[in-house]
Design a protein around this ligand. Structure first.
Ligand SMILES: [Cu+2]
Length: 356
């Protein structure tokens, strides 16, 4: 008896925990879709759950009736045996088949509708790296990392691939998840209908720091988005590979002596061999053929997060990151040829913080 009540308590506890996991203010949830694509997927999910509920209620009701109404007594005769009854076999084959058909039709329809690549959408190229996401806007001339800006109400199509291993791009409130490959593009599309910051997560185990491969969709008004692209386009490493005319704006050279030292350290220290940087001579060329490079740092100070979204972009975190990236994020591709001196770190941090 004690064993039984223990099991019951365990069952109730698990149920409470399970229920507590549903609903609530969880931004990384597929249960609160905020775009057309996610809503189509959500409709299929909800339709399926509704059918499952109907089946559950009917089966449980039949079970309870059987238990209480037809409970056997010790002196009962043996009941009629229905083994091999053709009628029963046909009925309980047809009913589930019909229910599955009702689930399959909207599911297949949705698969086809979501697989269609829209032609009236703004294109964003998504590239997975161990362990951060790169976003390129060929028509805007923008290359950025971790934070994908999109204008509210504008359909975007994501053309996705990877620079190294398999990853899976997933922003739960806007779109389903899709694996990314080296040799071919996969696509996703969505129209975001709410302004704000919405988190995403790489959904394919892609190495030891897979859990620290975050992304955000930053949905903003068309005016804010235009201002963002105008600022990001300055010195873009994409101007040769993109379809926009090169931006001829020459960024103002640093005037602060610490910042100038930081820029010198950035160039002389070899940072430019992996990172594109506005105002440094080789940034564009190096970037184009180098898909294993690190993020474009031309406007790094305009981003809210660092290191694949692992931490906030603050002076202290930047210093921590530069002092020993392998300690902060083991196995990251950010490998320093030698440890930087405190002076170098201070000037680099001052320099990077001016790159807005
Ligand atoms: Cu990944």
């Amino acid at each position: 008896m004690r064993h039984r009540s223990g099991l019951l308590t365990l069952f109730l506890m698990l149920t409470v925990i399970g229920i507590a996991g549903c609903g609530g203010d969880y931004p990384q949830s597929t249960l609160t879709p905020l775009g057309d694509f996610a809503r189509m997927v959500d409709d299929v999910f909800r339709g399926t759950v509704r059918w499952a509920l109907v089946v559950f209620v009917l089966v449980e009701a039949a079970l309870l009736v059987a238990i209480f109404k037809f409970r056997g007594k010790p002196d009962d005769a043996e009941p009629d045996q229905v083994h091999g009854n053709a009628m029963v076999e046909v009925v309980w084959t047809i009913i589930p088949a019909v229910i599955l058909a009702f689930i399959a039709v909207p599911t297949v329809k949705t698969i086809f509708r979501t697989a269609e690549v829209p032609t009236d959408a703004m294109e964003i190229e998504v590239i997975g790296h161990q362990w951060w996401w790169e976003f390129r806007y060929p028509t805007e001339g923008v290359v950025t990392a971790t934070e994908m800006h999109v204008p509210v109400g504008q359909k975007v199509v994501l053309k996705m691939r990877t620079a190294d291993v398999l990853h899976s791009f997933w922003v739960p409130q806007f779109a389903a998840k899709r694996d990314v490959f080296q040799a071919r593009y996969t696509t996703l599309w969505f129209t975001a209908d709410t302004v704000g910051w919405f988190p995403g997560q790489c959904a394919e185990f892609c190495g030891t720091q897979h859990a620290r491969m975050h992304s955000w969709v930053v949905v903003e008004s068309p005016e804010e988005f235009a201002a963002w692209t105008a600022a990001q386009r300055v010195g873009s490493p994409l101007v040769n590979g993109g379809v926009v005319a090169p931006d001829t704006t020459v960024p103002a050279p640093p005037v602060d002596s610490v910042v100038i030292k930081g820029q010198d350290a950035f160039v002389a220290g070899g940072c430019i061999s992996c990172h594109a940087m506005v105002g440094t001579p080789l940034a564009g060329q190096l970037f184009e053929g180098n898909t294993n490079a690190g993020p474009n740092l031309s406007h790094v100070a305009s981003r809210a997060r660092l290191a694949g979204g692992m931490f906030e972009n603050t002076e202290a975190n930047l210093r921590r990151w530069l002092s020993d990236p392998q300690l902060v994020k083991p196995n990251t591709n950010m490998k320093l040829p030698r440890p930087l001196t405190d002076d170098e770190i201070a000037t680099l941090v001052a320099y990077l913080q001016t790159r807005r």
